[in-house]
Design a protein around this ligand. Sequence first.
Ligand code: PLP
Length: 398
Amino acid sequence: MNPLLASLQPYPFERLKQLFAPVTPNPAYAAISLGIGEPRHATPQLVLDALSSATGALSSYPATAGLPALKEACAAWVQRRYGVRLDPAAQILPVNGTREALFAFAQTVIDPTRANATVICPNPFYQIYEGAAILAGATPYYAPSDSALNFNINWGTVSDRVWENTQLVYVCSPGNPTGAVMPMSDWEKLFRLSDRYGFVIASDECYSEIYFRDEPPLGSLEAAERCGLRDFRNLVVFTSLSKRSNVPGMRSGFVAGDAGFLKQFLLYRTYHGSAVSGMVQAASIAAWNDEVHVRENRAMYRRKFAAVTPMLSEVMDVRLPDASFYLWAAVPGGNDEVFARELLAQYNVTVLPGSYLARHAQGVNPGAGRVRMALVAETEECVEAAQRIVDFVKGRTG
Ligand SMILES: Cc1ncc(COP(=O)(O)O)c(C=O)c1O
C-alpha cells in the first residue's frame, strides 16, 4: 500500500458526521443544510439540450487534449471575461472539473526527490490541495488567511526558507470558505516571489462568476498581463462550469496558462486517462458561449445574500463576501463545534465548523471560532435557516 495514503486527513464532512452522531435534531423543525457547498440552482436548459444532442460522441474515445472547438470557446470566454488573449491549442486544456485537475497538477509538477518539497496552501482551504501535496510526496505549508486583510494572506509572513523549498502554491480566489478576492497588489507580490524562487502557481478560480460587487473578481491571467508576465510563466489557472452554470454533476472545467506546464500536464493526463467525454465537451461549448444564464444565476445569489446577510449580521460577525456562495461567520461564544452541534440539536440547521476547513499551523487555526454557511438552497429555505440561527443566538445570549 502507498504509505502516503495514511497521511490523508479525514474530509470535513466525515468529521461533521462524527460531531453530529450523538445529536438528535429537534423534530419540530424540518432539516435545513447549509453544510455542503454544492450548487443547487437548476441546470440551464441549453446545457441539457446540448448534452442530449451530443450522444453520438459516446461511440468513440475522446482525446485527452480536448476538442479544438471547446478550447476555442474557452479562449473566447477568457477574452470576454478578462480581456486576455490565449492560444487555444497550447494554453488551454479541458478537465473533468477542477477537483481532479487541482489534484493531478501536483502529481505532474512536484519533484519529490528535491529536499523538503513544499506546497503552500491557503488556510482555511479546499482540502484537495492538501491531499494533492501529500500524495505527490510534498509537505503542505499552511498560509493563514488574515481577517484584518479581508481574509487574504499576508505573503510577507512566509519565510525565505519556506519559499526556497516551495515548488507549488495553491491560490483560491474567490476563496472557499472566505469568499475573499485576492487584490492586484498581492498578485504582484506573488509573481515576484515566483520569479525569484521558481515555484508554479495553481490559481483556483472556480467561484469567479458568483460575486456581489459591481466589478467582477480579478483573475490571475488578467493580473499576470498587467504585471507584464510573459506567456503566463509559472501560472496555471483552474476554472469550472460547476458553479458558473450549475452543472456539478457534469464534471467540466478547463485549465489555462503556461504552455510548458500544460504540455507536461497533458502527458500526465494521457496516462492517467483523464479525457473529458465528447458529450460533456459539446455541452460545455454551449455553456461557455452563453452568459445569460450566468447573469441570472448571479442575480439569484445576490437576492439570496441580500435577504440573509443583514438578518445574520444582527447576531453574528458576518458580512457580504466579495464573491462565492458562502458566508464565513464568527460564532458568538467562539467555539465553532459547540455552535454547530447545538444549532443542529435545537433548530435542525447544519453549518460547517470553520476549524474543520483549516489546520492548526503557525500557532493558529484560522478557521476556529467561525462557521461556513453555503447559501445554495432556495432563498426561502435560506431565510428560514437564517431566522432559526437568529433565534438560536438570541436564545443562547438572552
Ligand atoms: C475551492 C474549490 N475548488 C474546486 C472545487 C471543485 O469543483 P469542480 O471539481 O466541480 O470544478 C470546489 C468544489 O466545491 C471548490 O470549492
